[in-house]
Design a protein around this ligand. Structure first.
Ligand SMILES: Nc1ncnc2c1ncn2[C@@H]1O[C@H](COP(=O)(O)OP(=O)(O)OP(=O)(O)O)[C@@H](O)[C@H]1O
Ligand SMILES: [Mg+2]
Length: 269
């Protein structure tokens, strides 16, 4: 997939990523008097414009962490700062792509993408042009008039991505966004995201179970422990950019993938 989202030219400071500081974050869920400790003392520094991948076993608190950063959930202790400001709830500069994509069922794909700009009273023609370009980019040009129930699972993920991107967030919180895609579509979405990120330098925290995906995309790959989630290791990925299909065969990439797989296996023991 080539081309980047409209309005994504570099030099627009409003589009640059924001820095995230996570300090001493803990979260326990209570249900019928029973406690589930989801997160234990998470500390993480994400520089503005960085691409950080989170890898960890199922149930270790990855989604919980993203929900707290997004401001949808409150931590028990600790704090999240965005550009030095404490997060107390959702904010327009942060956009979350959920593990199960949430689209408005009564709106077409195109109207779902246009929801944000319309709610903000953005000029209609420009927003519609941008929505159409984004839908082409994510391969849904022919499905703009379909309703969510008429899309496949992977298509819904791509529609949700277009709906997020049109709002030009400074932080994208992505929860296994490509897990439901077939291998070819997934590779093309990874390339699309990398291309977009290289232009916009949106800060991205990307949760995945896929070691290859994390190694290909991230500046840094953090491996989490089983519940309660802690960050066990953070590996800086120094592979040259731009990265793409050719990167997967590079000897350094093969070594990194093996190392990350071993770290994940150790974390899961
Ligand atoms: N709303 C909730 N109420 C009670 N327990 C919850 C709630 N949300 C999450 N949990 C629990 O917190 C733990 C972490 O859940 P979370 O969804 O964050 O894991 P995850 O790492 O995203 O897993 P997966 O990789 O399977 O998506 C799990 O044990 C889960 O059951
Ligand atoms: Mg999850």
């Amino acid at each position: 997939m080539s081309g980047v989202a409209p309005g994504s030219g570099s030099g627009d400071s409003a589009q640059r990523g924001a820095a995230i500081t996570i300090a001493g974050l803990t979260k326990t869920f209570w249900r019928g008097g029973e406690a589930t400790e989801a997160l234990a003392a998470i500390d993480l520094e994400v520089p503005a414009g960085a691409f950080v991948c989170l890898l960890g076993p199922s149930g270790c608190g990855k989604s919980t962490l993203l929900h707290i950063i997004a401001g949808f959930l409150k931590a028990d202790r600790g704090e999240v700062l965005v550009d030095g400001r404490r997060v107390t709830g959702p904010g327009a500069e942060r956009c979350m792509l959920f593990q199960s994509p949430t689209l408005f069922p009564w709106l077409t794909t195109r109207d779902n993408v246009l929801f944000g700009p319309r709610a903000q009273g953005k000029p209609r023609a420009a927003a519609e042009r941008e929505a159409d370009q984004l839908l082409e980019l994510v391969g849904l040009g022919a499905f703009r008039r379909h309703y969510p129930h008429q899309l496949s699972g992977g298509m819904r993920h791509r529609a949700a991505l277009a709906r997020a991107l049109i709002n030009r967030p400074r932080i994208l919180l992505m929860d296994e966004p490509f897990a439901a895609l077939d291998a070819i579509t997934r590779a093309s979405m990874q390339e699309f995201l990398l291309e977009l990120w290289e232009r916009q330098r949106t800060t991205i925290i990307f949760v995945t179970h896929d070691v290859e995906e994390a190694s290909l995309l991230g500046d840094r790959v953090c491996v989490m422990s089983p519940r309660p989630g802690r960050i066990l290791s953070a590996t800086e990925v120094r592979l040259p950019r731009p990265r793409g299909e050719a990167t997967r065969d590079a000897p350094d990439f093969v070594v990194l993938r093996r190392q990350m797989r071993a770290e994940l296996a150790r974390a899961c023991q």
